[in-house]
Design a protein around this ligand. Sequence first.
Ligand code: AMP
Length: 403
Amino acid sequence: MSTGNATSYDKKSVKDVEVKGKKVLLRCDFNVPLDKETGEITDEGRIVAALPTINYLLEQGAAVIACSHFGRPKGEFRSEFSLAPVAVCLAKHLGKPVKMAKDVIGSDAVSLAKGLQPGEIMLIENTRFHKEEEKNDPEFAKKLADMADIFVSDAFGSVHRAHASTEGVSHYLPAVSGFLLKKELDHIGGAISAPKRPLVAILGGAKVSDKLGVINNLMKIADSIIIGGGMAYTFFKAQGGRIGNSLCEDNEIENVLKMLENAKTRGVKLLLPVDSIAGSEFSNNTEPKTVLSNEIPDGMMALDIGPKAVEAFVNEIIAAKTVVWNGPMGVFEFSKFAEGTKAVANAVAQSHAISIIGGGDSAAAVRKFGLEDKITHISTGGGASLEFMEGKILPGIACLLDA
Ligand code: AMP
């Protein structure tokens, strides 16, 4: 029904459609962590994050049929992957009952959905109880869609996947974003399509191969690219440096050389960490030593960026008007090698730039240092935000109605 412009991030949201008296299929991200022994939810963050969209829909007089995937039940009904504990938690936060269906598209879900009144909410079972979910099977998607009049997508962490509950249903229902997804679209979409300049991209983490796509896309958009973390050392090796036992992906050397060339041609400033903090083993017990990043002694490995690198990176970040950051500068999980990541996190927090942090480890680092309140936007989707910044078409966004 609704296939929107694949490359536009300007999409209709719940506020742009009439939901009163309508049945709304709401795709949430209720993939919450459970205590393995007690089965209790150990972090309710994702459920709490879904409340604004749910409350808005209920207040507007919609009947909400919520759905989500949960873990990897591999296409089978398995009680340990039931969303029932989520329904209990959701009801607690909403202060009203959440009707829990015993199935996904079976007779229980269908009859509950049929009887659902405006202002009421139900939750269907884990969409991944059917293997058709991940295959984006059209018949399965139609059955999901048949329960509702409108599809609202609010699970950013899943929009890079073309599954029945993230994309398939949009072929049968008008599809719009919820508030959580809209926030991601506005912030990440805004930063990559119309950034305030200078735009400084900070990329780190272990592997260059994971970030090649992002670096190549940001090369077309950013004014400067800062590269730190384990991935930096492939760049030093590519340029003939000695990197000891530091992380290196030899099969990416050609790509890295192309990237360096590309940056020159495009006039993009590419900053690598001139110095590093190295240790003799991958451990917090090793003695840290400051070394030049292209002269790392044999038997040592770089585990963090050094003080000169920090100074250069911080100066660049402070002058930015937009910062996007994905990946730590070092092994920040080890206290002795966390300083580089901490300094970069502080600079991002203190800058007056619009700051956007991809999910995953950089988000964890910002939280660890207690800086999350000073960041414009911390994405809820690690993989999705990376693919977004790579400029890929994300099926769960492309399928939404254009604004
Ligand atoms: P990624 O998932 O690719 O963003 O990588 C994140 C991981 O990279 C974190 O767990 C860091 O500990 C690790 N990391 C960052 N810098 C280094 C480094 N210099 N050597 C080894 N691992 C690193």
